[in-house]
Design a protein around this ligand. Structure first.
Ligand SMILES: Cc1ncc(COP(=O)(O)OP(=O)(O)O)c(N)n1
Ligand SMILES: Cc1nc(C(=O)O)sc1CCOP(=O)(O)O
Ligand SMILES: [Mg+2]
Length: 208
């Protein structure tokens, strides 16, 4: 079943003084329609209440909620899908656990990983990056793709939406949309901006 995948994915981040709940409230009230909860600082059993509080905010604003990695929580939280950050994960098993109705996104860092995900045939969108150097990872795990990396997509005829991610700034949006991508995902450029809500609105203005 082909699912709706937004052109803009807002990702939360573990930040001092700006909780995940506050980040989602900020993003949804500024117009975000797709939120990914991405928390790596707390044990899994502590995440459920926070995810469900975030799910209520998303419901109120009509936004889709995706959770990063914790697919085993899917029956205990009100989320519409899961993003897996490991292209080598056992995706058929993850798909079986979450069921066919939930959205499944997976990260890929090169064309080989994209093609491998395509052959798995169980993924609804690919997050492809990093586009540029990433603030929140030290040292970088993968070489940045740059604009030229995304232009290669045209040759691959990937039938699944490809979302560019990693180090994307608002000025990158227009040139990125001229490559072969279907959307973008952003965390730092929004969450670390002086005025995060204005930055969400600026990204949306460039996207649509
Ligand atoms: C939409 C989206 N894109 C990328 C990520 C995280 O990517 P990745 O680099 O694969 O994973 P980590 O750096 O978190 O190990 C994501 N969560 N969502
Ligand atoms: C955590 C992470 N890693 C990515 C990678 O491609 O390795 S993209 C990503 C999430 C968002 O990136 P940003 O904060 O730069 O928008
Ligand atoms: Mg990463």
């Amino acid at each position: 079943m082909k699912k709706y995948i937004s052109k803009f994915h807002y990702l939360t981040h573990d930040l001092p003084g700006f909780s995940h709940v506050q980040q989602v409230q900020m993003a949804c009230s500024a117009g975000a329609n797709w939120v990914q909860y991405r928390c790596f600082t707390r044990p899994e059993d502590e995440l459920i209440d926070e995810i469900n509080e975030i799910a209520e905010i998303c419901d109120e604003w009509g936004a889709t909620l995706i959770i990063a990695n914790h697919y085993d929580l899917i029956d205990r939280v009100d989320a519409q899908g899961v993003h897996i950050d490991d292209a080598d994960a056992d995706l058929p098993t993850i798909r079986r656990v979450i069921g066919t109705d939930k959205t499944l996104g997976v990260s890929a860092a090169d064309t080989g990983e994209l093609l491998k995900l395509q052959s798995a045939g169980v993924v609804d969108y690919y997050a492809y990056g990093p586009f540029a150097a990433i603030n929140i990872e030290e040292p970088a795990k993968h070489h940045p793709l740059g604009f030229s990396g995304y232009r290669q997509l045209e040759k691959l005829s990937i039938g699944t939406p490809v979302i560019a991610v990693g180090g994307i700034r608002v000025d990158d949006v227009e040139p990125l949309l001229q490559t072969g991508i279907d959307g973008i995902a952003v965390s730092s450029a929004i969450n670390m901006a002086a005025d995060p809500a204005s930055m969400v609105k600026e990204f949306y203005r460039k996207m649509y």
